[in-house]
Design a protein around this ligand. Structure first.
Ligand SMILES: [Zn+2]
Length: 193
């Protein structure tokens, strides 16, 4: 499969295509910007390879620890990180829960220590209102993240298929059931790039 560097290049080189298609479909510079941002994030630091010690993981810098539980609970290239839609959905839920938890904890501490009662109801309403107001933007962001992540998974899969093809000829790229048992999956360890 492609190295982290190749993945980065693929993301950067496909960006103009994503921008062009989005703008053509939406006619909105704003939404195009949101999709493009999502795409870059999805390809460079919010992608499937957060399930392993990868460039994507390293790019989170001092915040990278937030992905450790994610990494521990998923096998590398598991369908839950690399799968269509499911990968991005799980990552979005994961990070949303994590940040909500940290934010609520922080606010609770402020409330207790600073002895200032917070308007939780108002806060909740504000957040829900913002989600409702910007739902198109949220959707666009998700779409961008997903396309970025899929450009990654797709090149992973074509990369491995190509490798098998070089090794085993046409048999290597046929569906697994028609291939010899135990081939193709070997040598996939935890640390690969
Ligand atoms: Zn991958």
């Amino acid at each position: 499969m492609p190295s982290g560097r190749t993945h980065d290049r693929i993301t950067i080189w496909t960006l103009p295509v994503v921008v062009a298609i989005t703008f053509w479909q939406t006619r909105s510079g704003n939404l195009t910007l949101v999709v493009a941002t999502g795409f870059m994030l999805g390809g460079l630091m919010f992608g499937p390879d957060l399930d392993i010690y990868s460039r994507q993981f390293q790019r989170w810098g001092w915040l990278r620890w937030i992905w450790l539980p994610y990494q521990k609970s998923l096998r590398h290239r598991s369908v839950f990180s690399h799968g269509l839609l499911i990968g991005t959905t799980i990552r979005v839920i994961y990070i949303t829960l994590l940040f909500s938890f940290i934010t609520i904890l922080g606010l609770l501490i402020v409330e207790k220590v600073g002895n200032m009662p917070l308007n939780w109801q108002g806060l909740g309403d504000g957040i829900l209102g913002a989600i409702a107001k910007y739902k198109t933007e949220f959707l666009a962001l998700f779409l961008g993240l997903e396309v970025g992540a899929m450009s990654h998974s797709l090149s992973d899969w074509t990369g491995s298929a190509y490798k098998r093809f070089k090794k085993q000829g046409i048999a290597g790229i046929l569906p697994k059931s028609s291939r010899g048992k135990g081939k193709g999956k070997r040598g996939i360890g935890k640390r690969k790039r």
